[in-house]
Design a protein around this ligand. Structure first.
Ligand SMILES: [Mg+2]
Length: 324
């Protein structure tokens, strides 16, 4: 998760007015046609309403929570990655483009490591998404910090089993997340409450070597780690370990997006071999590329949501590209 997601400046709207109106509409819908006339006149001044802000994420959140297909997709990715532990992951070479200038002998001298993202790769935050949708809100920093402090995100299907198998095979696990180190007023003595809570969450899930001093890296934990781009953190790990596999839900967990576009023919085959990608229909750099700049801090949550929705509609492609 990053704070500049679509509608990142949005605030939760008051739903105390909307919920009674919705309940009244549902009650009226259940009445007979005879009495419906009376209801219609009552409702004419107040249309049936469910939250508008956050509505864009409802279907995707439901897919993550309700679709067997999502669970199967996650299990499938991690089963493939586990099978690859003995084949491509065990082979000489590196998974990180930050490390490809090293010679075979330089690489083989390093201990091996696997880098995994956390949110929607290892940790399932769909409960947070559902809570935001139910109150007519989207991602914002305050609610996200509160969710992180609960440290109760479950693991995605297959993630724990893969990471434990990888650790047994001798690979060190590095957890590289864009959760941010920010001080919280409520926890003044903790310089990085997000790290403390995330570590608690990872340990509860029995994820291997999560509490090793350098295993977990957060955005802003060092001044040079201010970007959501993880290139510098991969490069930092690459100074001490041969990176044999990457797991993430966003292209930027593997390579910066422009680099991938420029080298797609060469890099695409890494997926399923040393790179393993989880589906994330809710958010990501793909979505920010569409909605970036749609909102400004002065907008109301509703206006921002409408502006982002307009961007999404404008990005729809209704015709196939002409053949070259
Ligand atoms: Mg992620």
């Amino acid at each position: 998760m990053t704070p500049n997601r679509a509608g990142g400046v949005q605030r939760a709207v008051e739903v105390s007015r909307a919920v009674p109106r919705l309940a009244r509409w549902l009650m009226c819908s259940a009445l007979t046609l005879t009495t419906l006339t009376g209801c219609a006149s009552t409702l004419s001044a107040s249309k049936p309403s469910v939250p508008v802000v956050g509505r864009e994420q409802v279907s995707a959140t439901l897919w993550m929570q309700r679709a067997a297909e999502y669970r199967i997709a996650s299990e499938q990715v991690y089963r493939l990655a586990t099978e690859r532990l003995a084949t491509t992951i065990a082979a000489p070479g590196t998974a990180a483009i930050e490390q490809q200038s090293l010679s075979p002998s330089e690489l083989s001298a390093l201990p091996t490591a696997i880098i995994v993202d956390l949110d929607e790769t290892v940790l399932d935050n769909s409960f947070y998404q559902a809570r935001r949708a139910l109150v007519g809100g989207e991602y914002d920093e305050a609610s996200w910090q509160a969710w992180m402090q609960e440290a109760s995100a479950p693991a995605l299907p297959g993630a724990v089993e893969f990471l434990q198998a990888a650790a047994r095979a001798g690979h060190k696990i590095f957890y590289v997340t864009n959760r941010e180190c920010r001080r919280l007023e409520a926890l003044p003595d903790d310089p990085c409450p997000a790290r403390t809570a995330t570590l608690r969450n990872l340990e509860a899930l029995q994820l291997p070597n999560a509490n090793a001093p350098d295993a977990l890296s957060l955005r802003l934990e060092r001044p040079e780690w201010a970007s959501s781009d993880k290139t510098l953190r991969r490069a930092w790990i690459a100074t001490s370990h041969r990176i044999v596999a990457l797991v993430g839900d966003d292209l930027r967990d593997f390579v910066d997006r422009p680099v991938y576009e420029a080298r797609r023919g060469e890099l695409a085959e890494r997926f399923g071999s040393r790179w393993f990608l989880l589906p994330n229909p809710i958010y990501g750099s793909w979505e920010r590329a569409i909605t970036a700049g749609a909102c400004d801090p002065g907008m109301s949550a509703e206006t921002c949501a409408a502006a982002a929705t307009a961007r999404r509609y404008a990005a729809l492609e209704a015709e196939p590209a002409p053949s070259p």
